[in-house]
Design a binder for this molecule. Structure first.
Ligand code: HEC
Ligand code: HEC
Ligand code: HEC
Ligand code: HEC
Ligand code: HEC
Ligand code: HEC
Ligand code: HEC
Ligand code: HEC
Length: 435
């Protein structure tokens, strides 16, 4: 017990020192030409309260790139900048480093001239907005309208999949849908009856497609003429990210659907993570760099920086192999399991009869070492993740261990079979096994 407490306080102190350190490093790295040579120490942001920058207007990310070229290069690789992609009569293009990204064809029977925007298409999947501003659905178009990118961990191959067969009338692309995928979104109301580019299906307008600079820093027209004032909005707290990485209105609810965590609930998950509950996202993340395609920069503090004495829980140097798929075990392999579902879950041929695996990593970090399968992870109505009396959640071992340690219904792989029962029993104290 004493040992445990000493370790915890040491880690906590180390962690708070790091926050200052990483922010300083971020500032020095991003100092634009013409910037005043600041004194060493954490950056001082003069405006952390007014996201509208005193009534400024949007100027577009291209204008920012003129002075902040290094940051612009980084954000170009981030999924944020591809969250909504305008289509110009041809397949969209993405940075070549983004190996999985790409949508080669529109849905069967459609031409690129029938498509105005693609939602995503960068990390896991894509949906199509037609020229009238409606999201294409199987119900309306009679063909498959969701494009899945190849995703090796789940064995998903690139191809079309079913999306909303139940939706048989044109599905408007509304504010509640585009508000997190655009910069400067505005809903339609009596004062602003407009639709983006006059497309009737789009219920409102935006200033720029995708999550670009001004989505987090607010409109920039007042900053350009006098950047030295350093009064453009910067919010280094998790609130900056929570706005879009929260599903629903209650940040204490980790939303769930059909036995998986909702894909954009990272903020609620983190709050239920126990030890990391009060962390800002940017303690681990670089706000400007992709965690998916630019991982070295995107994750600026890997686990081992703080957890200096943690071992690999009997999996040091282990490489999981299934067909062509190889995964060198990391802390994330167990502590950030794929319990969230965005586009395609792994089937029994990949995870067996009892294993569970979606396609989005969880930020709960805690593992449930008790006799329970995924059903017990969720509330009775299945719409949220259950928590204990301290407000903490934990991911069950079918998501954590059994996606690798599969039963005989799965394709052969390098991990031996573990039943749910043996998995949770072994999981208890796994870090204390001989390494
Ligand atoms: C004409 C060059 C120029 C342009 C264009 C420009 N910036 Fe800046 N920006 C600067 C300078 C110079 C600083 C001050 C840096 C320093 O002092 O270290 C700065 C600082 C900032 C900061 C820190 C703010 C603060 O209060 O400390 C942010 C955020 C920022 N810029 C974002 C943007 C965004 C977003 C755009 C596009 C809307 C943009 N910049 C366009 C030159 C520019
Ligand atoms: C509350 C903010 C929010 C709203 C509202 C929202 N999204 Fe998203 N969306 C996200 C986030 C965050 C992700 C990334 C999730 C992840 O990777 O964990 C995402 C991912 C996606 C992706 C996958 C993109 C890719 O490159 O793989 C698609 C497609 C998508 N959303 C479509 C929609 C549609 C359609 C709607 C409206 C019904 C919608 N979103 C509403 C935040 C939102
Ligand atoms: C997803 C939100 C988000 C987007 C998009 C974003 N920023 Fe930032 N930015 C932040 C946050 C949060 C900080 C505070 C420090 C940190 O987290 O690193 C910041 C800090 C900055 C700073 C000051 C510190 C530094 O790193 O130099 C500048 C300058 C800046 N951003 C410019 C930009 C520009 C230019 C773009 C677009 C190319 C952009 N940002 C896009 C969230 C964002
Ligand atoms: C305006 C809405 C919005 C805000 C604000 C926002 N995000 Fe996102 N984020 C998204 C959407 C939408 C996606 C999915 C885009 C896609 O996959 O096409 C996403 C994806 C991501 C991803 C996974 C993709 C990648 O390339 O790494 C990370 C990590 C991420 N966001 C972190 C953050 C952090 C950290 C902040 C706060 C500094 C933040 N986000 C703020 C909407 C937002
Ligand atoms: C303790 C560290 C840590 C904190 C805090 C953290 N993240 Fe992450 N996050 C990671 C790591 C590590 C990854 C990359 C995992 C991988 O793919 O290897 C990641 C990945 C992601 C992804 C991509 C997930 C996927 O599988 O598509 C999103 C989105 C994201 N983070 C958003 C956030 C947001 C928003 C916050 C704040 C509410 C946050 N993160 C806080 C460590 C953290
Ligand atoms: C900035 C420092 C920092 C980073 C980076 C970090 N952690 Fe932590 N973590 C902490 C602190 C502080 C605690 C709380 C004290 C403790 O339990 O040791 C904690 C607690 C935990 C816990 C126990 C949660 C609970 O309350 O039951 C787990 C599990 C964990 N971290 C895993 C990880 C993993 C995996 C990563 C990498 C993806 C990571 N951490 C990254 C600092 C960090
Ligand atoms: C093979 C799966 C696995 C891997 C890999 C793994 N862990 Fe764990 N970890 C667990 C399990 C299961 C528990 C909960 C059972 C326990 O208390 O030992 C746990 C507990 C923890 C805890 C909280 C309990 C404690 O010891 O204080 C922390 C912190 C932690 N792990 C950090 C890490 C870090 C950091 C890494 C990477 C160096 C890592 N783990 C790698 C499975 C794993
Ligand atoms: C990413 C895949 C993966 C995950 C996740 C995973 N394992 Fe493993 N595990 C392996 C592989 C591969 C081996 C090596 C098998 C061999 O001996 O060849 C292994 C080995 C083991 C061993 C034997 C260690 C030794 O002493 O040699 C145990 C026990 C074990 N796993 C239990 C677990 C438990 C419990 C969990 C969940 C907390 C878990 N594993 C999560 C892939 C995984």
């Amino acid at each position: 017990m004493t040992r445990q407490l000493t370790r915890i306080s040491r880690v906590a102190v180390l962690a708070s020192g790091l926050i200052v350190l990483v922010l300083t490093a971020g500032l020095l790295g991003g100092c634009p030409p013409g910037g005043s040579p600041g004194t060493p120490g954490p950056p001082v942001f003069n405006n952390t309260t007014d996201p509208l920058n005193a009534g400024a207007s949007y100027v577009g990310s291209r204008a920012c790139a003129a002075c902040h070229a290094d940051i612009a290069v980084r954000t170009r690789l981030h999924a944020h900048s591809h969250a909504l992609v305008p289509i110009d009569d041809a397949a969209p293009t993405y940075p070549t480093q983004a190996a999985r990204a790409g949508v080669p064809d529109p849905p069967d029977g459609k031409q690129w001239t029938d498509v105005s925007y693609i939602i995503g298409g960068y990390t896991l999947g894509a949906l199509f907005v037609d020229t009238q501003g409606y999201v294409m659905t199987d119900g309306v178009d009679g063909v498959h309208t969701q494009w899945n990118l190849a995703f090796a961990p789940t064995g998903t191959e690139a191809g079309f999949a079913v999306y909303r067969p139940d939706q048989q009338t044109p599905l408007p692309y509304g504010y509640r849908c585009f508000r997190c995928h655009t910069t400067g979104p505005a809903p339609q109301d009596r004062d602003r009856p407009g639709s983006q580019e006059g497309r009737p299906g789009i219920g409102g307008t935006w200033a720029e497609a995708g999550v670009q600079c001004e989505a987090c820093h607010g409109p920039g027209s007042n900053h350009l003429p006098r950047p030295a004032a350093r009064d453009l909005f910067v919010d280094p707290t998790p609130a900056t990210c929570a706005r879009c990485h929260t599903e629903g209105t209650d940040p204490d609810v980790i939303a769930a659907i059909d036995g998986y965590i909702h894909p954009n609930t990272q903020y609620a998950e983190l709050r239920a993570s126990g030890g990391h509950a009060n962390f800002a996202c940017n303690i681990c993340h670089d706000s400007h760099a992709s965690a998916v395609y630019d991982r070295e920069r995107g994750i600026r503090n890997p686990c081992a920086v703080c957890h200096t004495d943690a071992n690999m829980a009997a999996h040091g140097g282990v490489v999981f192999v299934r067909g062509d798929y190889r995964e060198t075990m990391t802390c994330e392999s167990c502590h950030m399991p794929f319990a969230g579902l965005s586009n395609a879950a792994a089937g029994p041929a990949v995870v067996g009869g009892t294993g569970r695996m979606g396609d989005v990593r969880s930020h709960i970090f805690r593992i449930a070492t008790r006799d329970a399968d995924y059903a017990a992870m969720f509330s009775a109505d299945g719409r949220s993740v259950s928590k204990d009396a301290q407000g903490r959640a934990a991911v069950t071992v079918d998501f954590v261990c059994l996606r690798c340690h599969t039963d005989e219904t799965a394709a052969p792989n390098s991990a031996f079979f573990l039943s749910l029962d043996s998995a949770w029993q072994i999981a208890t104290g796994l870090h204390r096994l001989p390494q």
